[in-house]
Design a binder for this molecule. Structure first.
Ligand code: NI
Length: 198
């Protein structure tokens, strides 16, 4: 290793250490994990879908309040129902003063998740959870906007399940991505976090 390489490595090391320190400080100060800047601008964007009442819903309808967006499907055996339950707990904790806040549950399985199916499925959760579906192109487009992965997986004995990204995205009232929203904390703490963006 020549002196130039050594100096380069040293600089690189210092840069990485600085970066780690920077994020550590943000984490300590805010108590939340910062989203990388690149990710922040790359997540979210316009979409045109159909809600569980068969009405059109776009990103514009959610603006003006912070909102949560997450992806799943009604046949999901565990992750989606758990997420929906946890999100409902947070919304309940948030109380009626934040009635403009919405949580958008976008299906990755539009083939089976019609508006009626979503409506029926979501009736067991907080009414501020809005189901969204659309044709294959519309779903593909919103998945691309949120950098979501989903894939049909055939089941033994017929039928299929879906692999999918399980991140809950916190969007601010301008509709811009803030950070992944953690549900692995007390509903009250999660609600307080959300309230800061009202
Ligand atoms: Ni799921």
């Amino acid at each position: 290793m020549g002196p130039r390489t050594a100096r380069l490595l040293l600089l690189l090391g210092a840069f990485v250490a600085g970066l780690v320190l920077f994020f550590a400080v943000i984490f300590i100060v805010t108590g939340r994990s910062p989203a990388p800047v690149v990710l922040q601008s790359a997540v979210g964007g316009p979409f045109k879908l159909t809600d569980h009442n068969s009405r059109p819903i776009t990103d514009q309808d959610l603006k003006g309040n912070p909102f949560l967006v997450f992806f799943g499907f009604t046949h999901c055996p565990d992750v989606c129902p758990t997420t929906l339950f946890e999100v409902s707990e947070v919304l309940r904790e948030l109380g009626p003063d934040a009635k403009g806040v919405r949580a958008l549950f976008v299906t990755v399985d539009p083939e089976r998740d019609t508006p009626d199916k979503l409506k029926d499925y979501l009736s067991s959760f907080d009414p501020r959870v809005v189901g969204a579906t659309g044709d294959a192109d519309a779903i593909r487009s919103v998945e691309r906007a949120y950098r979501v992965y989903s894939k049909k997986v055939p089941l033994d004995g017929g039928g299929y399940t879906m692999d999918h990204t399980t991140i809950v995205y916190l969007m601010n009232k301008e509709g811009r991505f803030v950070a992944p929203f953690s549900l692995k904390r007390r509903p009250k703490d999660a609600a307080d976090d959300l309230r800061r963006y009202l």
